[in-house]
Design a protein around this ligand. Structure first.
Ligand SMILES: Cc1ncc(COP(=O)(O)O)c(C=O)c1O
Length: 384
């Protein structure tokens, strides 16, 4: 066996992979499976986005640009202005990405000096697994910061011990938050932007769920200043484009210039025809509002069911995830039993890292009729 990168050897299996096997086993046995696992909703991509892609496929398809199509960057800047009242220069402050995951993964490569005194990358736990993976592969010291329900699941880097703060290179935040659905209030975002400026730490805000929410629209960190700040946005959730792979990063021009230097090394530029579809999506808000209304209706079905069944919701109004307490306290055991008893797939909270134990995440992925059918089956079987 050839040698393995020890970072890879130490990483646990990507959590969702563990659920796939159990799901397939049930399907093979002819059971109906209601899949609320992976956050990949089934609502179709808007027609105008699909047409924009098809019309942009050229006869000769040459290498894409590493900064992203000017049309994509302009549409992204237009979106930031309309949605958040933020003005950014599309040439100096925006980069196209191949979805946001690759950019989330690779950003630590640009901002961590693995031999320097400031090599800590802090990220929320429970949370999206890629912050930690990116930090580790970059040779950073990966620091999961536990989120507490009592503090609104807010990651407060200013509350870290001074000795840790002095070694911080980069902080990841993610509001609305996967998996808890927590939304960050404006005062928190203002303090975070001030922290980035005053402590000279790169703060990366993963805002890919910012247009998926019940209640008032969440804000962006960019509203509070761009110094030392990058915001990561994606067409995946807002526009139903997970398979397209299109997103953008925007913020501090010096940080954007650094990423523009890194990224040609990675081979992660998005195809121009995909970016044409992305530009169309960022140019329109009506479809995002309509999608959000669908998620709100599905959420309302589950809110009512959870209340009837005595299942306790423990998360916030953002994202299309419901975060609830696993009856009996064993999240993995509950998720396994729910799959066996009812055919409903949810993800055990512990799969999102320390702090997730005892909770489960339900993604509002199936259509409304399937949500209703799953609720009926769950109700017949009892909450468990
Ligand atoms: C918190 C968070 N960030 C980033 C992503 C990546 O999304 P994409 O690469 O499709 O833009 C996801 C996907 O599930 C996510 O949950």
């Amino acid at each position: 066996m050839p040698a393995l990168n020890p970072v890879l050897a130490q990483l646990p299996e990507y959590p969702i992979v563990r659920i796939e096997a159990a799901k397939e086993r049930l399907r093979a046995a002819g059971r109906e499976v209601f899949d609320f696992g992976t956050g990949d909703p089934l609502e179709p991509t808007p027609d105008f986005v699909r047409r924009a892609l098809l019309e942009a496929v050229p006869a000769v398809c040459r290498y894409p640009t590493y900064r992203g199509l000017p049309a994509l960057r302009q549409a992204a800047a237009g979106y930031l202005t309309r949605r958040f009242g933020v003005a950014v220069d599309p040439d100096a402050q925006v980069l196209g990405t191949l979805g946001s995951k690759e950019a989330v993964f690779s950003t630590a490569l640009a901002f961590v000096d693995r031999d320097g005194p400031r090599r800590v990358v802090a990220y929320p736990t429970p949370g999206y697994a890629v912050y930690e993976a990116g930090a580790r592969f970059a040779g950073a010291e990966a620091l999961g910061v536990p989120l507490r329900a009592a503090q609104g699941h807010l990651l407060e880097p200013w509350a870290l011990p001074p000795a840790v703060r002095a070694r911080l290179a980069l902080v990841w935040t993610n509001y609305p938050h996967n998996p808890t659905g927590a939304v960050a209030p404006a005062e928190y975002l203002a303090r975070l932007a001030r922290f980035a400026r005053e402590e000279d730490v790169v703060v990366c805000a993963d805002e890919c769920y910012v247009d998926v929410h019940a209640g008032p629209p969440p804000g962006s960190l960019l509203e509070h200043g761009t110094t030392n700040v990058l915001a990561f946005h994606s067409c995946s959730k807002r526009s139903g484009m997970t398979g397209y792979r299109s997103g953008f990063v925007a913020g501090d021009p010096a940080l954007v210039a650094t990423l523009a230097k890194l990224r040609p090394n990675l081979g992660t530029a998005a195809q121009a025809f995909v970016e044409a579809a992305g530009a169309a999506a960022w140019g329109d808000d009506a479809h995002a509002a309509a999608r959000n209304a669908v998620f709100a209706r599905k959420r309302a079905l589950f809110d009512a069911f959870f209340a009837r069944a005595g299942l306790e919701q423990a998360g916030g109004p953002g994202t299309f995830f419901l975060w609830f307490r696993a009856p009996g306290g064993d999240d993995e055991g509950y998720a396994r039993a729910l799959l066996e008893r009812v055919g409903v797939v949810v993800v055990p909270g512990s799969y999102f890292g320390p702090g997730g134990e005892g909770f489960c995440r339900l993604a509002l992925v199936p259509d409304e009729a399937t949500c209703a059918a799953a609720i009926a089956a769950w109700e017949r079987a009892g909450p468990g």
